[in-house]
Design a protein around this ligand. Structure first.
Ligand SMILES: NC(=O)c1ccc[n+]([C@@H]2O[C@H](COP(=O)([O-])OP(=O)(O)OC[C@H]3O[C@@H](n4cnc5c(N)ncnc54)[C@H](OP(=O)(O)O)[C@@H]3O)[C@@H](O)[C@H]2O)c1
Length: 449
């Protein structure tokens, strides 16, 4: 460590320079001589010494290891076959809007095993799959300002760009798909947001147009479910012709009626369903879910107002129970299980009771886990084609991820129970086999990479 005493400024300038200016000047001159960091020792006024001391701290410059040109990755080497390699190419950023993230954890999803087993969403071989992850920013393009190297982030990707597959060490994605991880959330927790969290959020907020929790005004809510009597009672003058007070009163009335609306979630304990249930409640609507006995309490704890335990029931029992509880007031429906349950949801939505209450209003239905291509869709239903690639293709979809972050930060959203798998990329194929069995009981599989 070396102390240096500054020389006095040139004659004539001495009285013009203030102490702060002299410090700045000294720091500037030391910097040009190659010093890296400085500690300024305040002037001891009692001794009235004219010397400002600067102590150089002899810390070496932080060594940033260069980003390698190859990396390890779990690749789909050929049809149906995974392979872990250590020399997968790592390209530099190609656009100033891109971000390179070094992965810490990846979330596993049914799409990961399905795409390899059924050979879809694989434009070429070798390819890298994986749709969600959390990690640390490695590099940013010149246009990126919301995050910096070293920041903790999460992202959601899709299959078109091999650089964006999350089962590789470094992932390159467009900046609007990269979100800072809220301070109260770990890497493991953040890696569940990119698929299940965002799918639930965008299904409800984008495709079904349910207002985001931060924006639940009566105006944004779906049309109220009404019996014919209720419809007659509500056939009033348009808002524009009312006084402010009457409009407010009417808005309150409408809001109260809206609160009767049910959102049917078949598969309430799927990870996606857990997010959806909470978001429905946060938007002021009521969720009715279908789960097994072992996860019913979980679904209830997340805010489902009514949970139907499917164990021991046949489908007509479940449909009867849905009708008994909702009394035809289902305003939205999501199926997160598969073709058979999607068909059952359509039966519910076209029941006489639903028709009587909802009139000719089409009920949005999102079949998230496949619906038969030739499935007949009743005229009372509008099937929403949820395409999560819209998160990557439409920059404005970033707002849904920001809202998820806000809800997490404010503690309003509970994350699923995690099962964290060690073993890096080698562990992923086995873990996906576990997921394929479909009995995770509401837990989410995360792999540390
Ligand atoms: N379109 C998209 O973009 C998109 C996005 C996300 C997910 N998905 C799809 O949605 C499905 C779920 O994904 P996920 O990751 O959320 O699932 P997950 O958590 O792996 O779902 C497993 C859970 O499903 C529940 N389940 C199984 N059979 C059921 C049934 N007959 N009725 C009700 N619940 C049943 C089980 O809980 P219980 O037995 O305890 O009820 C199990 O724990 C997958 O098919 C996935 O591909 C699609």
């Amino acid at each position: 460590m070396s102390d240096i005493a500054l020389k006095s400024p040139p004659r004539g300038e001495k009285r013009k320079l203030r102490r702060s200016e002299r410090i700045q000047d000294a720091v500037k001159r030391r910097k040009t001589r190659g010093a890296t960091s400085y500690e300024i020792i305040p002037k001891d006024i009692s001794k009235r010494t004219p010397i400002v001391k600067i102590t150089e701290i002899a810390t070496p410059p932080p060594s940033i290891p260069p980003t390698p040109s190859t990396q390890s990755a779990l690749i789909v080497a050929r049809k149906g076959e995974y392979e872990v390699v250590n020399d997968f190419p790592l390209t530099p950023l190609q656009h100033e809007d891109e971000i390179m993230i070094r992965g810490h954890t990846v979330g596993l999803n049914p799409i990961d095993w399905k795409s390899v087993a059924f050979n879809f969403c694989l434009p070429d071989f070798p390819w890298v799959t994986g749709r969600e992850m959390a990690g640390v920013v490695e590099k940013v393009g010149k246009n990126v300002s919301h995050v910096r190297p070293g920041d903790r982030v999460w992202t959601s990707t899709y299959y078109r760009d091999v650089r964006a597959g999350t089962f590789q060490e470094y992932v390159i994605v467009p900046q609007h798909t990269v979100l800072p991880i809220p301070g109260n959330i770990s890497f493991e927790e953040a890696s569940v947001l990119g698929v299940a969290g965002l799918t639930a959020a965008m299904t409800l907020w984008k495709w079904m147009e349910i207002p985001m929790p931060g924006n639940t005004s009566a105006a944004g809510l779906p049309s109220p479910p009404q019996t014919p009597e209720e419809r007659a009672e509500n056939s009033t003058v348009p808002f524009g012709t009312l006084s402010a007070a009457s409009a407010a009163a009417l808005s309150k009335q409408t809001e109260a009626k809206n609160s009767k609306g049910w959102v049917l979630i078949w598969g309430g304990s799927t990870v996606t369903g857990q997010f959806a249930t909470q978001l429905v409640k946060l938007s002021g609507l009521r969720a009715i879910t279908i789960t097994s006995g072992r996860t019913a309490a979980l679904s209830k704890s997340l805010g489902a107002e009514h949970v139907i335990v499917r164990d021991g029931l046949d489908s007509s029992d479940i449909l009867a129970e849905i009708a008994r509880v909702t009394q035809g007031h289902i305003t939205h429906a999501i199926d997160i299980v598969g073709e058979a349950t999607a068909a059952l949801v359509l039966r519910v939505l076209s029941s006489d009771l639903q028709r009587k209450v909802m009139g000719d209003q089409k009920i949005p239905f999102a079949p998230l886990a496949f619906m038969k291509a030739n499935q007949e869709v009743p005229d009372t239903v509008s099937v929403e084609n949820v395409e999560m690639k819209r998160f990557i293709l439409d920059k404005e979809s970033n707002k849904y991820a920001l809202e998820l972050n806000r809800l997490l930060e404010s503690g309003q959203l509970q994350l699923p129970e995690l099962e964290v798998v060690e073993g890096g990329f080698h562990a992923i194929p086995k873990a996906l086999e576990l997921l394929k069995k479909g009995d995770m009981g509401g837990r989410k599989l995360i792999v540390k990479v």
